[in-house]
Design a protein around this ligand. Sequence first.
Ligand SMILES: NC(=O)c1ccc[n+]([C@@H]2O[C@H](COP(=O)([O-])OP(=O)(O)OC[C@H]3O[C@@H](n4cnc5c(N)ncnc54)[C@H](O)[C@@H]3O)[C@@H](O)[C@H]2O)c1
Ligand SMILES: N[C@H](C(=O)O)[C@H](O)COP(=O)(O)O
Length: 359
Amino acid sequence: MDKLNIGISIGDINGIGLEVILKTFCDERLLNLCTPVLFGSSKVVSYHKNIINGELEFQSIRPGDTPEPGKFNVVNCWMDNVNITLGKATELSGQYAGISLEQAVKSLQNGTVDALVTAPINKEAMKLAQFPFPGHTEYLARELGRGQEHLMLMVNEGLRIGLATNHLPLKEVAHAIDKNLIKRKLEVFHEALRIDFGIERPTIAVLGLNPHASDGGVLGDEEEQFIRPAIVELKKKGVLAMGPFPADGFFGSGQHTKFDGILAMYHDQGLVPFKALSFGNGVNFTAGLTHVRTSPDHGTAYDLAGRNEADPSSFRSALYLALDVARSRKQYIELHANALGQRQKPADVEGEDEVLTED
Ligand SMILES: NC(=O)c1ccc[n+]([C@@H]2O[C@H](COP(=O)([O-])OP(=O)(O)OC[C@H]3O[C@@H](n4cnc5c(N)ncnc54)[C@H](O)[C@@H]3O)[C@@H](O)[C@H]2O)c1
Ligand SMILES: N[C@H](C(=O)O)[C@H](O)COP(=O)(O)O
């Protein structure tokens, strides 16, 4: 497979995003694996390069230019001198994060880049800049959705935790859970495990919403009303979904190691165990989009901004996962195109197709 162009959105310029990006590509071996294309500005890159004292050379290009293979390409999405206020959420940092993300998405859509790795944005800064989405996931679901459901999926090797609801205040979660939502999330989860992760018959554990998965109806009824019926319907369609499992003991007892995927009902139910088990190596992947998008499992870490102490491992894992998933998708498409080809009647066979009748 040819070397892929990996688009990278700059994230919040006041946080640690650029630090982990630049630290990652200071290892020049990565330039043999892919061609990075960062959407931002060479001035901002130079500022952060001074913080890490890095050796990395970069190639400045304009929007629309072809990225140069083997180089760290920086697309100048703006030419202004930007006021960088390390460690602070500002309207400006939100605005530039938004510009970079929009430009990166355009380049995915027009094929200049093959996959996207997003550096962390700060939700407060994005709100100051009037960005009308709580996170990347919701924005990308609108821009790159396929008219079906998407899934926020946290990945660290064999541990894959998807969320039924994303960035939703806790008091709204129970109202959002219904049978159709769980079914749609399980379908997109199943498809991603097969196509993006290459698991032929994936198993998915579904967590309950209530304490002890409602303890037989003593502590709520969403499990019996919505979650179990969704699991039963999906099983009939061949999806190996199981549950609902009480969430509290699920990870402590090691049950999470027995499934290819775990569907949690809300953000912290899934992300607390995920980050406790994976912080530093975990990756946030958005399943169900037209294009591959990953991100590190950490945020803007304002407390570390400018200190040259941020660990780039999670960003590097996000890059590797983007490459792996893009290859897995391509392989799946090729394999199935071949299978279709093989099933087609060879041109030199004469006669009508046999008509099969139902008994
Ligand atoms: N992908 C994303 O865009 C993304 C992901 C998570 C959080 N966020 C956003 O980031 C902002 C800050 O979030 P937060 O404070 O809850 O989480 P955070 O991940 O930024 O920080 C949590 C803790 O982890 C430490 N940490 C984070 N990344 C690190 C790294 N690479 N190396 C060493 N230590 C690291 C920080 O110093 C802090 O102590 C919020 O606005 C949040 O919504 C964005
Ligand atoms: N829920 C994510 C996390 O805690 O890692 C984070 O908020 C980023 O989400 P987006 O990828 O939607 O921005």
